[in-house]
Ligand binder design. Structure first.
Ligand SMILES: Cc1ncc(COP(=O)(O)O)c(C=O)c1O
Length: 425
């Protein structure tokens, strides 16, 4: 009989990894309190819990102004609009990210210009970004992917040299620090998602850190149907200007959940970081595994996904086979995103989106050359879920044991590759 669980052998990890999100009586009490208060929604903005969340989150990241909103996509659209970026402006985004990083500029009328990532950390490559800058470039959105941070020193140098707005996409980077500074506080804006899989969650939600009180006031206005808000994103203030806006407010119910999550966050982050250090040590002995480079300026790592790379030749198989087999062994993992130029949803012929149809030359995906992102997405990258890092040393040991077992049985797995790909497509 096969040793591998994917072929009916015994699973390496039989007990499930800890669930996410974590909840206890405090969450129930917090939501009950909101229900009883009668102020469930986000109007008038900001409600008391939303304001408290903005204050506490900004404090945790080390930023000055935070605006809480509906999700971590609208945060980026609002940032661009607050900075006056719109129709026909170019916004540089990395090729390896969730589609929201490119759809947000399009929602603001701007054109996402897709550039390759750095093989050392899979985040935006500052050199590739510089080559893509034109007189129309107005902003750059580095994504802090998985558990890594983009080189913020190089990106801020570019911003200064070419007068660009920087929006850090921190959907994966709650709590992370670069040279001691919180992710999202280095650029002009920091965009955070509180969607249910994220390491701080309210089910759905987003927080935008803003560098100035004027930008925060504009952002608060844009998400509150254009009502003018006080400097810093405080209450309505009719001495300020109206904006064109929509309703992207966060509800008080969501803010209440995030506030409880914030109480748990530091201990969870610490636990994940310690276990990730242990994972680094354990994986570094396996032939064919390449750990992403740990930049000494990345002073606090946060772990939404722990990403490592395999060299398929040396490791013995492609990443999709490893992940398929890992899942069967009970280890929560995935191959991650597709390279952005493989997202057919933005193609002008397929979408009726105004930006791709007005500027089709930027969406000629077949002729884009993004070798690092394509190699990562198609062959190399393996993502281990944050849950693996909240199950003590045994959680890590089980994952490593499963990886070694799968590697040992590479011949059997490769022989069934075609069939498996067909089955799990
Ligand atoms: C890198 C990245 N950016 C943006 C988002 C968008 O966040 P949301 O789902 O809250 O809109 C996500 C995740 O969902 C993400 O992973």
């Amino acid at each position: 009989m096969s040793e591998l669980a994917i072929f009916g052998g015994p699973k390496t990890r039989t007990e499930p990894y800890p669930q996410w999100p974590v909840w206890d009586q405090r969450d129930i009490d917090a939501v009950t309190e909101v229900v009883k208060s009668g102020q469930w929604g986000g109007y008038p903005y900001p409600g008391p819990r939303t304001a408290e969340l903005a204050r506490k989150f900004a404090e945790m990241q080390g930023g000055d102004y935070a605006v809480v909103m509906a999700n971590g996509t609208i945060t980026m659209e609002v940032a661009l609009r607050a900075a006056g970026i719109g129709w026909g402006d170019e916004v540089i985004v990395p090729a390896y990210t969730f589609q929201a990083t490119a759809s947000a500029p399009m929602a603001a009328g701007a054109i996402p210009v897709i550039v390759d990532v750095d093989p050392n950390n899979y985040c935006l490559d500052p050199k590739a970004a510089e080559q893509a800058i034109t007189p129309k470039t107005k902003a750059i959105i580095p994504v802090h992917l998985g558990s890594n941070m983009a080189d913020m020193d190089a990106i801020m140098e570019l911003a200064e040299k070419y007068d660009l707005v920087v929006i850090e996409d921190c959907a994966h980077a709650h709590g992370a620090r670069w040279n001691g500074r919180g992710a999202g506080t280095i650029g002009h804006f920091g965009s955070f998602s509180l969607q249910s899989s994220k390491t701080l969650t309210s089910g759905e939600g987003g927080i935008l850190l803003c560098r100035t009180p004027e930008l925060a006031a504009k952002a608060a206005s844009i998400i509150d149907c254009g009502r003018p808000h006080a400097l810093g994103g405080g209450p309505e203030d009719y001495s300020q200007e109206f904006q064109v806006g929509g309703n992207y407010r966060a509800s008080e119910l969501a803010a209440a959940l995030a506030l409880v999550g914030l109480e748990r966050f530091p201990a969870q982050a610490k636990e994940r970081e310690a276990m990730a250090d242990y994972m680094d040590e354990s994986l570094s002995e396996i032939p064919g595994i390449r750990l992403l480079k740990r930049d000494p300026r990345h002073t606090t790592r946060s772990f939404y996904q722990y990403i490592f790379a395999i060299d398929p030749q040396t490791f013995g198989m492609e990443h999709d086979l490893l992940v398929g087999a890992l899942l069967a062994e009970g280890v929560e993992s995935e191959t991650g995103y597709d390279a952005m130029n493989h997202y057919s949803l933005f193609q002008p012929q397929k979408s009726k989106l105004p930006v791709p149809n007005a500027f089709p030359k930027y969406f000629d995906f077949e002729n884009m050359d993004l070798p690092v992102a394509e190699r990562a997405c198609e062959h190399e990258a393996v993502w281990l879920d944050e849950k693996v890092f909240r199950a003590g040393q045994k959680g890590v040991d089980d994952a490593v044991k499963a990886i070694k077992k799968i590697q040992k049985n590479a011949v059997e797995l490769n022989a069934a590759a075609e069939e498996l790909r067909e089955k799990y497509r």
